[in-house]
Write a protein that binds this ligand. Sequence first.
Ligand SMILES: [Fe+2]
Ligand SMILES: [Fe+2]
Length: 266
Amino acid sequence: MRRADPEREPPGDGLAFRPGHEGVPLGGRTPSGEERAVPEPHAERGGPGTLEAVRSSPRIAAFIAAADDFLGAQGFTEHGFRHANLVGHIARNVLLHLGYDPRTAELAAMAGYLHDVGNVVSRAYHGQTSAMIAYDLLKELGVEPRDMAQVLSAVGNHEEQYGVAVSPVGAAVILADKSDVHRSRVRKDASIDMDIHDRVNYAVEASFLRVDPEAATLTLELRIDTTISQVLEYFEIFLERMVMCRRAARTLGCDFRITVNDVPVL
Ligand SMILES: [Fe+2]
Ligand SMILES: [Fe+2]
């Protein structure tokens, strides 16, 4: 039985920063598994209704840490602070680079950070429980009701089983969340031979989401070790997610594309 080896990583830096790629890299995971989000030029900082305020909540921090532990106990991949931060940053980047105003982008960052906190209650319908937990926090932070509505609807609609990209904020969260596939999310005690989700995640050496505002495209760039998992397996388990991403991209006026090892597959 083969187990995930977190030390087994290819050399090199982030896939998306190589020359020759059109568009702007929004962020993703490098081969070392590190989050890499491009700095946001217009991001709003500080204040009551911002990502930083959400990140400063001890209760939310405790819930995200506990939720990650509970999901680990159920055999799910990493859903901790790295995932929360990455989704928040990429969601904000998506909207900023498509020309949305900084406040809308900040709401996407908040929603991205909070989207999985409901796993502290249960995996089932965690989008709904995430929204309820987020509601209490946003109320405490004094966030305007219309802004709260944007965050809550995005959080509550991020799961592929029932979620719909009801707004640009929601679309950005969906794209950021579903793009986060990487070997660094596989637990140390996972069995990549036995579990297709672990195997596919483990095979992904780098993943980056890139936007080309001129061409109106959002491209998920994946580097997959096909000796670990066939590309077909990726689509076998993630087809629903990719359909959701395509619809989310359309909400933003873009086409959604995927490249695997520099080959366009969608
Ligand atoms: Fe989720
Ligand atoms: Fe997530």
